[in-house]
Ligand binder design. Structure first.
Ligand code: PPE
Length: 314
């Protein structure tokens, strides 16, 4: 169960968690008209630090642009909202969920005359695919559902409606006893997980599907591409046939929630040695060293959160 925190940011001010409500006839409820983000804030020795905050907010503004939604706040204003949110809730680490949605007003599909509402919430969120997943890996299947065809729902936008497709993928996987599902794109090439990008390791090289394969342009995906480059491991964005999943030496998911999660089997076929591989482990080590602040933040990826005001005695 979700554990409430104290405050949620709504259109420029903080309101109590319980008061962050919308009307059931808000446009978003019937028509799925929201765009959102998921951002992690990590505990470091110097206090909480938000990982790649501005990159996430840029993607949210991009998503809103695709859907002609006027957010009404600049990237810097949104960044300040996120930092303040973590500060007022007095959290060391958390997951931040900004949501932009079309609110209550008219009914009908059009939506452009409905007010755009902006919310930022946060809560403590542990390991996405289970406590053991990061070390031992997860068991996945290839879904019978395809990812969004490029001329249907835009995959570069992180829109609420996309997640109906993700739910079909995830529900099918869980129903059949898997931890997660991988979807193919409309052409039949490997795309991504229900909420994660995907990487294949074979013969010391890393492959990942290109943006044209209906994947979300993941921030963690970009992070891993850069870290692999530094480690001297070649990365290629290329179309990947399904059977490459079975033939991989290593396979892993990336995502804000999933971080870097190894995959140990696909369709009950063992991947590589059936456990976390050395390249996956090396990338995890680099990733956690940066986000947790034990290595220098050489890319400027961390936004520090100032200490909260001391609690006043009354
Ligand atoms: N693909 C999809 C479809 C996706 O939802 C995510 C994030 C990614 C790739 C990875 O993107 P990034 O987080 O920028 O590296 N999925 C979010 C969903 C979490 C949820 O269940 O809610 C996330 O990881 O925050």
């Amino acid at each position: 169960m979700l554990k409430p925190t104290e405050k949620i940011w709504h259109n420029g001010r903080f309101i109590p968690w319980q008061e962050a409500r919308i009307h059931v006839l808000s446009h978003v409820v019937s028509y799925g008209s929201s765009v959102f983000e998921g951002i992690r804030c990590y505990a470091t020795a110097r206090g909480p630090a938000i990982f790649r905050l501005r990159d996430h907010l840029r993607r949210m503004l991009d998503s809103a642009k695709v859907y002609r939604m006027e957010v009404g706040y600049s990237l810097e204003q949104l960044a300040e909202a996120a930092v303040e949110l973590v500060r007022v809730n007095r959290l060391e680490s958390c997951y931040i969920r900004p949501i932009v949605l079309r609110g209550y007003g008219e009914m009908g599909i059009y939506g452009c005359r409905n007010p755009v509402e902006v919310f930022f919430a946060c809560w403590e969120w542990g390991r996405y695919l289970g406590e053991e997943a990061l070390a031992r890996g997860v068991d996945v299947c290839v879904s019978s559902w395809r990812r969004l065809a490029p001329d249907t729902l835009p995959a570069m936008a992180k829109a609420g409606a996309n997640y109906m497709n993700s739910q079909l993928i995830k529900m099918e996987a869980v129903t059949n006893g898997y931890d997660e599902g991988i979807a193919l794109d409309a052409a039949g090439y490997v795309s991504e997980g229900s909420g994660e990008n995907l990487f294949v390791v074979r013969d010391g090289r890393i492959l990942t599907p290109p943006l044209g394969a209906s994947v979300l342009p993941g921030i963690t995906r970009d992070t891993v591409i850069r870290l692999a480059g530094e480690l001297g491991i070649p990365v290629v964005e290329t179309l990947i046939p399904r059977e490459m999943l079975y033939l991989a030496d290593e396979l892993f998911f990336t995502g804000t929630a999933a971080e870097i999660t190894p995959i140990r089997s696909v369709d009950r076929i063992v991947v590589g040695a059936g456990r976390r591989g050395p390249i996956t482990e090396a990338l995890q080590r680099e990733f956690f060293a940066i986000v947790e602040g034990s290595k220098p933040d050489r890319y400027g990826w961390l936004t520090p959160v100032p200490a909260p005001e001391p609690v006043q005695d009354r």
